[in-house]
Design a protein around this ligand. Structure first.
Ligand SMILES: *[C@@H]1O[C@H](CO)[C@@H](O)[C@H](O)[C@H]1NC(C)=O
Ligand SMILES: *[C@@H]1O[C@H](CO)[C@@H](O)[C@H](O)[C@H]1NC(C)=O
Ligand SMILES: *[C@@H]1O[C@H](CO)[C@@H](O)[C@H](O)[C@H]1NC(C)=O
Length: 315
């Protein structure tokens, strides 16, 4: 059929349909911004706003990729192993450029003096960091999150954790954080890695007989569900510390917090950054966009790519 021969009413209908689609798109977009949590005081962050033309961005990408130097490593600690192997008997004098695990225990300022709350994502089997926070900050309570059932099982049966759970200073949940809610059916083989297990790039095994269902939750829902923030806008309150050692989930969580503007209600954000194989090809760019976007609301206290970093909210 020759479209030029269509009766005029068809063109009118087509125009009308285009109009309706545009209207819906625009309307929905307006509606979705209603759901972000904005207050007048701080500038909104647009997730599209990563400016990859900035010199600081290029510097960040160049530096973070040079630190990993195309090696098959997940973090800076593994990189120091590679470098030491290459150096043989010579000492690695610049190891602190690659790995800074002790920095995460540097004194945290600006925690609430009463009713301080810490969310610890990736508690693994021992909940080491959370226990340390409980010891060092008596006004704080810690929520230990661990999605891998076997790790979680070890966690809640550890004597020290059970003690904190009993005192209601610690709370443990068998979930992981991300940008959306999901149930992942992971095969036992995928879960067999004991240390530093990443879920990034693992796919749901619908047909696998030997599978483990992991519960992954949207950070933007958890903050309200656990009453860390209140839905009473425009004053949802604030949350003390988000601490993450989650083998790659940090990117999804941070991007989600940035896109929903919830990031501004978190006083301190501390995370280890990782290079999971499944997203390694573009990880430098992604890492550096997050670096850039965090500077709108927070100030970096310390940090190195593929190691630990801490961001304090600007007041
Ligand atoms: C650290 O030292 C090693 C070995 O001397 C060297 O190969 C590497 O380039 C250095 N790294 C940085 C970031 O300076
Ligand atoms: C599950 O199904 C996919 C696609 O049908 C197949 O490639 C895979 O081998 C199956 N896995 C198992 C564990 O049966
Ligand atoms: C932390 O508290 C100190 C002293 O009260 C204040 O000077 C500083 O600006 C605060 N920093 C942040 C990141 O909130």
């Amino acid at each position: 059929m020759n479209y030029l021969l269509l009766p005029r009413t068809c063109y009118l209908l087509l125009l009308f349909a285009i109009f309706v689609i545009c209207f819906l798109q625009f309307g929905l977009r307006l509606k979705s911004t209603d759901h972000t949590y904005s207050t007048a005081s701080t500038q909104n962050i647009n997730k599209q706003l990563c400016n990859n033309l900035l010199a600081s961005y290029h510097k960040c990408v160049a530096y973070s990729s040079s630190l990993a130097n195309n090696e098959n490593v997940d973090n800076g600690w593994e990189m120091t192993v590679v470098l030491r192997r290459k150096l043989g008997s010579q000492p690695l004098t610049n190891a602190s450029l690659y790995w800074n695990e002790n920095d995460r225990f540097k004194r945290l300022n600006n925690l609430s003096s009463t009713n301080c709350k810490i969310l610890y994502n990736g508690a693994h089997k021992a909940g080491t960091d959370g226990l340390r926070f409980l010891r060092d900050y008596p006004s704080c309570r810690v929520w230990f999150l661990e999605p891998i059932p076997a790790f979680f099982n070890s966690l809640i049966h550890s004597h020290r954790i059970a003690h904190e759970l009993g005192k209601q200073r610690g709370f443990a949940y068998n979930i992981g954080l991300s940008k959306a809610n999901a149930n992942l059916d992971i095969s036992s083989r995928d879960l067999s890695d004991d240390q530093g297990l990443t879920l990034i790039g693992k796919t749901s095994q619908k047909n696998s007989t030997n599978k483990n269902q992991l519960v992954i939750r949207d950070i933007s829902e958890i903050l309200f569900e656990y009453n860390f923030l209140s839905r009473e806008l425009p004053n949802p309150g604030e949350f003390d510390l988000l601490h993450m050692n989650c083998e790659g989930c940090e990117y999804d969580v941070l991007e989600r917090l940035i896109e929903t503007n919830l990031i501004r209600y978190i006083r301190i954000i501390q995370f280890g950054s990782h290079r999971p194989k499944a997203i390694r090809a573009t990880i430098d760019q992604r890492y550096c966009c997050i670096q850039q976007q965090l500077t709108y609301t927070h100030e970096k206290q310390f940090g190195i790519p593929w190691g630990w970093e801490r961001w304090n909210r600007r007041n």
